[in-house]
Ligand binder design. Structure first.
Ligand code: FMN
Length: 357
């Protein structure tokens, strides 16, 4: 049996997957659901002093992308501290990450009231680097629980941003928040489907996974021992493993559940041992310590087609930018045209092409 457990900053997680902060962790019923699910931890919706006023509609999704204009929790702090969190604590079976926002003054009110419930704190950092020191200082002044700063993908100097947060007492980073702004259009009504300030919305889900992976990989390279929680585009057990290989200790997911329903959490946890066996991974912690090679390791040659497994579906023929692939009696590559790009191999649905990647 592969070992899924992760121990981070003295806390043990049965497996690395947990929800990311958002609408599916904003009520007591939501927290109960995750408490009883197979996830390794529970996270809260971002809590602030006052409840947010959110313009509706605020969430739409397509197959690979979620667009949202949500803010923090619509419930005020008192509802969390007097009702939701005490009731959750009576049942709590796994670590709880409490998400809060946004300013140093908010933190002075929030952290003393939330401290008894949290195993970790996570803070959304929407303000610039100048606000970061005071914000982190006010949180760590009121708690011994480890603080993770949640990184917006729009921070360009994110390594400097993290260095600053660590200097003031942050213990880890959550990377990343939603990307954007983007726009989602309703062609029928000739209008945006949802949007703030003339059509802006925030983008998440599988479409943003490469951005999140890049951040996680570079943060790990520059901060070899900093705890990292990856977020952004996770939708399968393989995605979880890719983020761990890129350097994440734990992994959060939200949009895949907004696109396909929350059963995806237990499905992924069930799939993890099978996916680990397929890729010869002994444990999550051993994968986390395996260096991700930054250089491609494939042969870099022309595509070699396995005619036994090729179904002649012609995808490689259709997608080849140089029109080098064609169907003769079998699929054939014209090596005088082929630019050795790898696209055909990556798009072959039956893995019948090798030799490039
Ligand atoms: C509808 C919605 C609401 C969200 N609300 C919050 C929030 O309250 N606090 C926060 O830190 N992130 C929030 N996020 C960002 C997610 O936690 C996560 O970082 C992002 O969606 C990327 O992960 P995913 O692709 O798995 O969804 C929200 C995302 C969505 C889609």
């Amino acid at each position: 049996m592969n070992n899924l457990t992760v121990t981070l900053l003295g806390v043990t997680f049965e497996n690395p997957l947990m929800p990311a902060s958002g609408p599916i962790v904003g009520t007591l019923d939501n927290l109960r659901f995750f408490n009883d699910s197979k996830t390794g931890a529970v996270v809260t919706k971002t809590i602030s002093v006052e409840g947010a006023q959110v313009a509706k509609p605020c969430i739409v999704a397509s197959k690979h992308t979620v667009y949202n204009t949500e803010l923090w929790s619509e419930k005020p702090l008192t509802e969390w501290t007097d009702h939701i969190l005490p009731a959750f604590m009576a049942l709590k079976k796994k670590p709880l990450l409490v998400s809060l926002g946004y300013t140093a003054a908010d933190a002075d009110i929030l952290v003393p009231r939330l401290d008894e419930f949290a195993d970790f704190f996570e803070v959304s950092t929407h303000y610039g680097k100048d606000e970061l020191g005071p914000l982190v200082s006010s949180i760590v002044r009121h708690t011994d629980k480890p603080l993770f700063i949640k990184l917006s993908p729009h921070v360009t100097d994110y390594l400097g941003f993290i260095e600053e947060a660590v200097k003031f007492g942050a213990k880890g980073v959550v990377a990343v928040n939603s990307v954007g702004p983007g726009t989602v259009v309703d062609l029928k009504r000739r209008a945006v489907t949802l949007g703030l300030e003339g059509g802006k919305s925030w983008i998440s889900g599988p479409a943003i996974k490469p951005i999140a992976l890049n951040r996680v990989m570079n943060i790990r390279k520059n901060f070899p021992s900093l705890p990292i929680i990856a977020t952004g585009g996770v939708a399968s057990a393989e995605d979880v493993l890719e983020f761990i290989l890129a350097g994440a200790d734990l992994v959060q997911m939200l949009s895949a559940a907004l696109i396909n329903g929350r059963g995806v959490y237990d499905r992924i946890v069930d799939d993890l041992p099978r996916a680990m066996a397929r890729y010869d991974i002994e444990s999550i912690e051993s994968l986390r310590l395996t260096p991700l090679n930054p250089l491609p390791q494939g042969p870099g040659g022309h595509p070699l087609v396995n005619h036994e497994t090729c179904t002649q579906c012609l995808i490689c023929v259709k997608v080849c930018p140089e029109e080098a692939m064609s169907l003769q009696s079998v699929i054939t590559c014209d090596t005088t045209r082929c630019m050795q790009c790898g696209l055909c191999q990556s798009r072959c649905p039956v893995d019948a092409i090798e030799g490039v990647l």
